[in-house]
Design a protein around this ligand. Structure first.
Ligand code: ZN
Length: 196
């Protein structure tokens, strides 16, 4: 997505779907020092824009600490559900909670004419947190119930990396969430083992 660079701050938008990108806002989850990337309401605003959950330019002044809490709770729930699916385990209570969140009414969208006469999508303000959390949970419901996307779910093979992504590569042999991040770390470690 072209808009990502300016919103990055270590946030990543390369897992293949918004629900997986949300799960990816905790880095190194399986290490002793997981990295919390959704640490302020500002960071959550950056994430919502970067992941394309809301259209560019959406005013996000109502995003506050309570939003942060709800998004983190939904993220941890999605983390458990997605990992259970990758591992072939049933996680029914968590799945039911995702379903309940996904039932929220979607945020109202409007077509707004810009100065040059073209129509762009805008979210009708004010919108609430539950509508956006619901949108991300519906994304997870769609992903998990589509045999094609569900079959592309992979967990990164990086040692402490917990990222789950969609492997859309040809031949489906992608091993890393990112060859620049985990792939590179593994190459460096391998080099060290050989020469250290
Ligand atoms: Zn990784």
């Amino acid at each position: 997505m072209a808009a990502t660079a300016s919103y990055s701050h270590g946030l990543r938008f390369d897992a293949g779907r918004p629900c997986l990108d949300l799960v990816a806002t905790v880095g190194a989850r399986f290490s002793e020092e997981p990295v919390e990337r959704l640490d302020t309401p500002e960071r959550l605003r950056d994430w919502l824009l970067g992941a394309g959950v809301v259209p560019p330019g959406t005013p996000l002044g109502s995003v506050d600490a309570s939003w942060l809490g709800r998004f983190r709770a939904a993220r941890d729930l999605l983390h458990r559900v997605v990992h259970a699916e990758v591992d072939g385990r049933a996680a029914e209570p968590d799945l039911e909670r995702v379903n309940a969140l996904a039932a929220a009414a979607p945020p109202a969208v409007r077509a707004v004419r810009t100065e040059d006469g073209t129509l762009v999508r805008a979210v009708a303000a004010p919108f609430d947190c539950g509508a956006l959390v619901g949108q991300i949970c519906r994304d997870a419901v769609e992903l998990l119930t589509d045999p094609t996307t569900r079959g592309q779910l992979r967990q990164c093979q990086g040692e402490t990396c917990s990222l789950v992504y969609l492997d859309m590569s040809r031949g489906h042999r992608r091993r890393w969430c990112s060859s620049e991040v985990c792939g590179n770390r593994e190459r460096v470690a391998r080099h060290r083992r050989r020469h250290g």
